[in-house]
Write a protein that binds this ligand. Structure first.
Ligand code: ADP
Ligand code: ASP
Ligand code: MG
Length: 403
């Protein structure tokens, strides 16, 4: 088999753990597989580099951030390669550029445009174990780019697709995908399988166990994706097509996203094209909008509330300021003390009352819901951040996910 094995930050968190990863890779190789390894930076390393940059500037140039942050993955890739070599294996480490990962030039959240897998393919031919630095690529202009936080998952899936791997294993610090974050609810249950669509919702709604774009791509390229732990031989969770899953529970999981902020625009000029103008400019500035609420207007003025990732607030504020300056918005406010809890399940498509139960559960706990959004397979609620964990546990209990 040709296998891509991705090891996350905790799995390569110190030198002993990197050795543990090397042992695991060698085991796979000895079992007769060709292995391409993708690594993250050692845990905490990327955050440390971000903090270094913030020491000098609150708005460092994004291209410089990519130069900086991509270095963390290079450290791990070369160390693992050295360890494997010392164990008697022929290895080569590759940066994103060497691995042929071409991206657009949206620094710090670049998209992969294509992969030229020639260098990887010839190294595989030569029987080498390849160790790729995850999270990074190179733009058409030749600059190093990164793929967004958690982006090594995306590197792994994209490489698996490009070299037509039989399997893509994501090794992390939990033994698979659980009904909710097991660090919040210890009663969470590990799932044997989950559909791409449900996993995509969970990941997009805050379950950072997989980066959402990696799941999107796995679905598109039909990559066999397994999440498991690097600390034991326990079987993980298979992420697969919905038709491969026999039992479809009503609700499969609960996600929590504490990384959201609510932006309120007051006294917005209520005229045709204003929403398109504001949200168009926010989109051009790479601000990721999630929920939007527009209130009834008074005296040709209205209020619009929406949510964005906390990291996009500064960029959003710049856009909002231009509308404040020309009088189209009277006042703005920014609230980081909110969170989004979501329930996800394909079973919702064919059942009623799922959302009502979520609202009743919040009511029972006296938790006020600020915003709601739903789709075919999810219900999301914005609530005050101080109730985040309580909300997750109550919902987990209400839908009997621990059973
Ligand atoms: P890595 O460094 O290996 O990429 P991450 O920290 O990005 O690992 O993701 C793993 C973490 O995701 C777990 O430690 C867990 O706290 C969190 N997590 C959130 N939701 C879930 C879920 N539904 N199932 C499993 N883990 C989850
Ligand atoms: N090191 C990067 C991050 O912390 C990428 C990754 O770990 O996937 O976001
Ligand atoms: Mg991760």
């Amino acid at each position: 088999m040709l296998i891509v094995q991705k090891f996350g930050g905790t799995s390569v968190g110190d030198l002993e753990r990197i050795q543990n990863v090397a042992n695991r890779v060698v085991e796979s190789k000895k079992a007769g597989n060709d292995v391409v390894v993708v690594v993250s930076a050692m845990s905490g390393e990327t955050n440390k580099l971000v903090a270094y940059a913030e020491h000098f500037s609150s708005t460092p140039a994004r291209a410089e951030m990519d130069m900086l942050l991509s270095s963390g993955e290079r450290v791990t890739a070369s160390l693992l390669s050295i360890a494997l070599n010392e164990m008697g294996h022929s290895t080569v480490s590759m940066t994103g550029r060497k691995a042929g990962i071409l991206t657009d030039s949206h620094h710090t959240k670049a998209r992969i445009e294509e992969i030229n897998p020639e260098a990887m393919k010839s190294a595989i031919q030569e029987g080498k174990i390849i160790v790729v630095a995850g999270f990074q690529g190179v733009s058409m202009e030749g600059n190093v780019t990164t793929l967004g936080r958690g982006g090594s998952d995306l590197s792994a899936v994209a490489i698996a697709g490009a070299i037509d791997a039989d399997l893509c294993e994501i090794y992390t610090d939990v033994s698979g995908i659980y009904t909710t974050d097991p660090r919040i609810e210890p009663k969470a249950k590990k799932l044997d399988k989950i559909s791409y669509d449900e996993m995509l919702e969970l990941a997009s709604l805050g379950a950072k166990v997989l980066q959402n774009r990696s799941v999107e791509l796995a679905k598109k390229l039909n990559v066999n994706l397994v999440t498991r732990t690097s600390f034991s031989n326990e079987e993980g969770t298979l992420i697969t097509k919905e038709e491969n899953i026999m039992e479809k529970p009503l609700v499969s999981g609960i996600a929590l996203d504490k990384n959201q902020a609510r932006i309120s625009l007051m006294g917005v000029a209520d005229k045709p094209g204003i929403a398109s103008d504001i949200f168009g400019k926010l989109a051009t500035s790479d601000v990721n909008i999630d929920m939007i609420i527009q209130n009834k207007s008074h005296d040709d003025r209205t209020n619009i509330d929406f949510t964005v990732p906390i990291s996009d607030i500064a960029d959003a504020k710049k856009v909002v300021d231009t509308f404040m300056n020309n009088g189209d918005i009277e006042a703005d406010s920014y609230n980081e003390k909110i969170c989004k809890v979501s329930i996800v399940g394909v079973g919702m498509k064919s059942h009623t009352g799922v959302a009502a139960k979520a609202f009743a559960t919040m009511a029972n706990e006296n938790i006020n819901i600020n915003m709601i959004s739903t789709s075919e397979i999810k219900v999301s609620m914005v609530i005050s951040e101080k109730y985040a964990e309580l909300a997750v546990r109550s919902l987990h209990n209400a839908y009997e996910l621990d059973k």
